[in-house]
Design a protein around this ligand. Sequence first.
Ligand code: BGC
Length: 899
Amino acid sequence: MFLAMTSSGNLLFAKTIPVQLKCEYHLNPIGIDVTSPRLSWQIVTDRSGYLQSAFEIKVSSSEAGLKNTKNLIWSSGKVASDQSVNVEYTGAGLQPMQRYFWQVRVWDNDGKPSDWSAPAFWEMGMLQPSQWSASWITSPSEKDNAAAQPAHFFRKEFATAKPIQSARLYITSLGLYEAYINGKRVGDELFTPGWTSYKKRVQYQTYDVTSLVGASNTIGAIVGDGWYRGFIGFSGQRSYYGTKSALLAQLRIVYTDGTESVVASGSDWKTATGPILESDIYNGEIYDARLEMGDWCKPGFDDAKWVSVATYQYPKENIVAPQGDPVKAIEEIKPVKVFRTPKNELVLDMGQNLVGWVKIKLSGKAGDKVTLKYAEVLDKAGNFYIDNLRAAKATDIYTLKGGGEEVYQPRFTFHGFRYVMVEGVEQIAAEQVIGVVIHSEMAPTGTFSCSNELINQLQHNIQWGQKGNFLDVPTDCPQRDERLGWTGDAQVFSMTAAFNFDVAAFYTKWMKDLSLDQAANGSVPYVIPDVLNGAGASTAWADVAVIVPWTVYRVYGDKRILEQQYASMKLWIEYMRQRAGDDLIWSGDFHFGDWLAFASNRSDYTGATTEKDLIATAYFRYSSMLVSKIAGIIGNEQDAKSYAALSDKVKEAFIKEFVTASGRLVSHTQTAYSLALAFDLLPESLKEAAAGFLANDVKSFGHLTTGFVGTPLLCKTLAETGHADLAFMLLNRKEYPSWLYPVTQGATTIWERWDGQKPDGSFQDVGMNSFNHYAYGAIGEWLYHYVAGLDLDVQKPGYKHIIFHPHPGGNLTHASAEFKSLYGLITSSWKIDQSQFNYEVTVPANTTASVILPIAAFESLMVNGLPVSGAKNVKAFRDTENTKVEIGSGKYLLSYQLK
Ligand code: BGC
């Protein structure tokens, strides 16, 4: 390592080098099928104010080949460019199943080159359906599929005769699979092949299994029901995608002599059922360890009782490589206590509402049965409470085989829980149990903290809400018989999500399914992947088609997602145009509206009900405005103009229909005013009046009244219209309804409802009362953008230019945010020290930043201990409202005297 840090964090050896080489958002991915992959790197340097002026990329089929410039597959040459994120590969056509090594070097603003980076690679997967020589196989003895089915085991023995250079397993299933070679689990991914719109596409995974294959071998897999044919959706619906589970596997072995062979699933494989009697996403697993089959996946196992598989005619055209992040077991959590409830139930408290399962150590006689039930909360009396899980049984049942310690954890199912009830044992020690937290393996990117511990707990709850609901698709909730990719929830939370974790790849995958499931007339299903037979087109839900790609563009500078989703976005706008008709007021259709808004179902007060037509027309304006901008970004000037015109006309129509001459809206609600102000739906002359109505409504209630639609916009709109004091009041409020009320009740995740559990311990409507629903967590965006002051500049997306604008308020004495952007770490941290305001920021190499401070700060402003006029590489000036400081990469402490 050429770099060394002193304890104060300074670099000792002066050097610059590109690091964190990523391809399609992943480090060294294998099995991708993007034919012009995008490459990104970060620049580590001791130089402040670093800007990349050029780059050079080399690509070769071997690591050694990178040294020999004659045999390169692609050499970009020196390209004058400041782009270090998502640079497209434009070399020769990429070959299936080949690995490509690459390296990059960069030049700085003075034309000085860096060293070459360490080599990185990506590896292509299958690129054509014809490359699958394997056949789909299934069990010939499928039962009636009305109930959960036992998981099927598949196996095949084979030998190799020559020394092996490399081996890759390409594999997928209808249902969920786990693969094994010679008794060892292949990889550590869970819930493979992932959840896509299966009728349109199924993902396969690629595993490097070189170390698992030897001279004599067995390859095998277990396939369970999963989303494909288990219970999914509502009303006991099963088999949405198909009634047969199946496996498709192809092992490619390359020998050291350059020859290759393939072991592929086909009629010569055998199948049986074993200990997994049922595995269902909602209901849990039933496992009888007495039926375990020992070394079923090792050579020499007696499979006389196994039967030959049936091959299954199922298309191979739409089998695609994954774009998202695999689901994995990410952390483990120890129970904080074991106790008996008043009803004498034996219960473990994990101390955190989490998603996954428990791994438990047991001993007993063969045939002893242990039942694990999962719950999010205890009821008023302190008893185990599962009514809010609706029809989801969320139960794992394990039958012991006897003869010593047994360790059990389920698969092909997950539970949303904080409490676990154990039946069938006299006692349980906390040491016997561990909570396994599973979610998509997104890199954590953001933190927020401040001087108020309750708000810090809120941030914790937001992050756990995301962990629990980012399990291959963004779900509404992880516990009841739902767990669907609800579009409205995802839309409002997307910017917050992109702060907490790197969601670029995750959303890219999900958006693809959206465009596949979108109806020809443009209607976007309520849930993606759609399992509700196309039901959709609710305002603010369907707009996810535009808003999520827009978020990915803003946060990661990703233009490709805009290009890829553009047709889908446009289709959605045209759907709205068609439904709205000539007057451009979208009226009369079904919408969810400001879902779960305060008092919307109270007979004594209807004021928090925002008219659905108003919301629909507001979103019509907003999404068409975004599509106009997006069209401009991807170079479609004509659409940019026509959608801008449409959007402006919708605004005029909105004003005519919903706004009075005094700036009052027909729905006099916080949500209506927030929408109108945030989506630019008012004439300039009425904005202040409307903001006044909003502020007065907040004052007269003393709290928010918003649901899913208004909540994400409320604090932002108040703050931006001169009412930051009210926004902070809402943030700090501890009584229902508020963000902190659940925190005061011990919540460890975000609740679906403002009053999921009431102060007296009673519950909201059991029909819909999740304690892990991230939608209201959308306030997170405001915490880091506004309160901590770490914001982006949409003109230079991906945080290429950063806007630092801290907003002390709400009695906070400090707040800080950290964000690992694609360029590197950004920090924004302010603190009030008596009469001094200290503000520390970090700007990564190859980015620039503007710091915005109050106008009065200018007089006493110091930068890194020097008066601002003398500070190096810093430009400071006053405009009419602010002090502005322009800075390049580096670390800065800005301080000034508070009056
Ligand atoms: C889900 C929501 C969703 C809603 C539609 C509920 O069942 O849990 O979060 O957005 O339906 O309004």
